[in-house]
Design a protein around this ligand. Structure first.
Ligand SMILES: C[S@@+](CC[C@H](N)C(=O)[O-])C[C@H]1O[C@@H](n2cnc3c(N)ncnc32)[C@H](O)[C@@H]1O
Length: 232
């Protein structure tokens, strides 16, 4: 198994057969993360929704099934093709997908009433966070809600080479707070099928599994809002 850091990750290779993982990537749980599914059920997202780093598009598709218009933006061509196929198969035309780099996303200024980042934030190099937040801020409408689900520091062993860029709550608040009004940051689990993770040291991770055997990693859920004036 080849080894790389998250900052040099071949994201398309994560999704291709015979690519980086022996099978589906660990974050592909075939449904939205439960914390995000709860938000969708509670009506937290208003159209139009931007799904930043949408992967196979399960969050976008759940939003579309709930009647929201959603655009998923994703770097990987392979993942975008999968998401488009799933939308067609499920008859969910409200979900559309665009291949692109979210840190340079433009052309939709002020469009989105909600933005969801389901485990993208820790996938970005730390020095790309600023450009990412600027892009999202530009794309968000005044007063838009912004949700981020991200791994908490310590989720993965320190010695693991390709681990995500986990955050602590202060660091997350400081980064997002430069552009948005942060409403809350609270602990939230992130499910992953760690068996698919290369480079994970052979140790017992001290986290619970859910009823399907997926490990519940520690994360944070952040909610923020773009100011009504639209000024960062
Ligand atoms: C951990 S995965 C989460 C995928 C999806 N949100 C989910 O919950 O299944 C992170 C995703 O972000 C994508 N990604 C990484 N960097 C990106 C960038 N600069 N622009 C757009 N997508 C990016 C990756 O290809 C990957 O699909």
């Amino acid at each position: 198994m080849e080894c790389m850091t998250i900052d040099s990750m071949d994201w398309d290779g994560a999704y291709r057969d015979g690519g980086f993982f022996d099978g589906p990537p660990p974050w592909n749980i075939g449904e939205p993360q439960p914390v995000i599914a709860d938000l969708i059920r509670s009506g937290a997202f208003a159209s139009d929704v931007l799904d930043a780093g949408c992967g196979h598009g399960e969050v976008s598709l759940a939003l579309a099934a709930a009647g929201r218009t959603v655009l998923g933006v994703e770097l990987s061509e392979t993942a975008v093709a999968w998401a488009r196929r799933s939308a067609a198969q499920r008859g969910l035309s409200r979900a559309t997908f665009e291949q692109g780099d979210i840190t340079a996303f433009s052309g939709h200024d002020g469009r989105f009433s909600s933005v969801v980042d389901c485990t993208l934030f820790h996938a970005l190099p730390v020095d790309k966070r600023e450009a990412y937040l600027r892009s999202v801020h530009r794309a968000a409408a005044a007063g838009a809600d912004y949700y981020i689900l991200v791994f908490a520091k310590g989720a993965y062993p320190a010695e693991m080479e390709s681990k995500p860029n986990e955050v602590d709550a202060y660091e997350l608040h400081a980064a997002v707070g430069r552009y948005f009004d942060v409403d809350f940051i609270r602990p939230a689990p992130i499910l992953a099928t760690v068996e698919a993770l290369p480079g994970l040291p052979d140790l017992v991770l001290p986290f619970e599994r859910d009823e399907l055997g997926r490990l519940q990693f520690p994360g944070y859920l952040l909610r923020a809002r773009k100011s009504e004036s639209g000024i960062a």
